[in-house]
Design a protein around this ligand. Structure first.
Ligand SMILES: C[N+](C)(C)CCCC[C@H](N)C(=O)O
Ligand SMILES: O=C(O)CCC(=O)C(=O)O
Ligand SMILES: [Fe+2]
Length: 353
């Protein structure tokens, strides 16, 4: 382990530097001399002792250092996941969670959360097909994110809003709200009614597709992770006037370990591409094509028919959704959830999130 002296002073867990009740730092880091060196250093079987020039003593358990040092963290993945194609997901036989168990027991909720974290999708069954009951489900794991579509939304093919979602047309795979600076973390879908044909839901693991691109052509992955682009939502229908713009790359990775955490993919809502010079534009289209080819491989497509009573939670930062064209009357309700609050629930249940 290589440890920096300022880092060691900064992370001191003594009573005057760190409040163990609130788990907050009391030390003013800016008051630490950036050239600080300990006056004395001693280590025994379990503990490292540092005495600083002003006489202050810092103690570190060696295990704490192993767990928390930057060098140690670099190796660790933030979010353990199982990347899937249709076959892998089917083989895994991930169960839907019963509504009562989800609402009334920690075990049910934890099993649901674990599935959701690992696969980016999870189902709850035996839910009453109403907007109110869907809301109760959503609020069990998070805070509903209110957007221009409202809190709980409810839609049919009536073109009440200026977006293809509100028609009977097929929708190719995409993630939602790419035109927000922070796209919505989770999307909840509940089909309350469908009298007609078609209308199946398509799900594709975007991280699995990106992983294939990384393997086959790392330079494509790199470009998709580096080049920022804009998505936008321009609406002027009825009383709805909106103009949203979100900027960011297709693949968002943590800079310290290159781990993918967000895919922004919506060809409908992608805006004029004007953020990079000519030669990069050309290479970017090649990279985008490579990713699209992976996303469109039939073996990556999971098709499900949403039925009243069965609620789908989709990780909108990872899993793309789409739908088949349909006929007849179809009614869907749902909402978006704030991601931090879903992960908060997962951590409180003892899961790594
Ligand atoms: C889900 N709900 C029907 C409310 C909104 C649909 C938003 C559609 C938009 N093109 C997007 O992909 O973000
Ligand atoms: O109608 C559907 O099944 C989904 C439409 C859609 O993509 C959306 O509402 O975000
Ligand atoms: Fe969508």
């Amino acid at each position: 382990m290589r440890l920096d002296f300022v880092w060691l002073r900064d992370h001191c867990r003594s009573a005057s530097c760190y409040n163990t009740k609130t788990k907050q730092r009391s030390l003013d880091t800016a008051s630490v001399d950036l050239a600080i060196r300990p006056q004395a250093v001693r280590v025994d079987e379990t503990t490292l002792f540092l005495t600083w020039p002003d006489g202050h003593v810092t103690r570190y358990g060696l295990e704490w250092l192993v767990r928390n040092s930057y060098e140690g963290q670099k190796q660790q993945v933030m979010h353990p996941r199982i990347l899937w194609n249709a076959e892998i997901y089917r083989q895994a036989q991930v169960p839907s969670i019963d509504c009562r168990s989800f609402l009334e027991t920690d075990e049910g909720l934890k099993e649901f959360m674990q599935n959701f974290l690992l696969y980016g999708i999870a189902f709850v069954e035996n839910v009453s097909p109403t907007k109110e009951d869907t809301k109760i489900l959503a609020e069990r794991i998070s805070i509903i994110r209110e957007t221009i579509y409202g809190r709980m939304w409810y839609f049919t093919s009536d073109f009440s809003r200026g977006d293809t979602a509100y028609t009977k047309l097929a929708l190719d795979r995409h993630t939602d709200t790419t035109y927000f600076q922070e796209p919505c973390g989770i999307q909840v879908f509940h089909c309350l009614k469908h009298e007609g044909t078609g209308g199946r839901t398509l799900l594709v693991d975007g991280f699995h597709a990106a992983e294939q691109v990384l393997r086959q052509a790392p330079e494509h992955f790199e470009l998709l992770a580096r080049v920022p682009l804009k998505h936008e939502y321009v609406e002027n229908v009825g009383g709805c006037h909106n103009h949203m713009v979100g900027v960011g790359p297709v693949l968002n990775v943590y800079p310290w370990n290159n781990e993918l955490y967000l895919i922004r993919y919506n060809n409908y809502d992608r805006a004029v591409f004007n953020t990079v010079p000519h030669d990069v534009v050309r290479r970017w289209y090649h990279a985008h094509r490579a990713l699209t080819a992976e996303l469109r491989r039939p073996d990556n497509e999971l098709w499900v028919k949403l039925k009243p009573g069965k609620v789908l939670f989709v990780d909108n930062w990872r899993v793309l959704h789409g739908r088949e064209a349909f006929t007849g009357y179809r009614q869907l309700c749902g909402c978006y959830l704030t991601r931090d609050d879903v992960l908060n629930t997962a951590r409180l249940l003892g899961l790594q999130a």
